[in-house]
Design a protein around this ligand. Structure first.
Ligand SMILES: [Zn+2]
Length: 77
C-alpha cells in the first residue's frame, strides 16, 4: 500500500482525517493486475485505488463508478 497521501493535493492523511482510500471501477488492465497478483500471491497498491484527503474524498466518492483515469480528469478540473 502507498502511504496515505491525497492524490490531488499531496496532503498526508493524518488520523483523524475523514478521507480514505477509494477503489475505482476496474479497467481491463486493472483486472489483469489483480489476477496476476492473486496468482503470484503478491500484495501491492492497486492501480485503480487512490487516497483522498477529507477535502477531496466526497467528490471522489461520487466518481468511483468511473475508471480512475476518467475520475481523475474530472477531479482535477
Ligand atoms: Zn486532497
Amino acid at each position: 500500500m502507498k502511504p496515505p497521501v491525497c492524490i490531488i493535493c499531496d496532503k498526508r492523511l493524518d488520523y483523524p482525517d475523514e478521507g480514505g482510500l477509494i477503489y475505482f471501477k476496474k479497467r481491463a488492465s486493472d483486472r489483469e493486475w489483480k489476477e496476476r497478483m492473486e496468482r503470484d500471491g503478491m500484495v501491492g497498491h492497486p492501480p485503480f485505488a487512490e487516497w483522498f484527503c477529507e477535502k477531496h474524498y466526497k467528490r471522489a466518492l461520487k466518481l468511483k463508478d468511473l475508471t480512475k483515469d476518467k475520475a481523475m480528469k474530472q477531479l482535477q478540473i
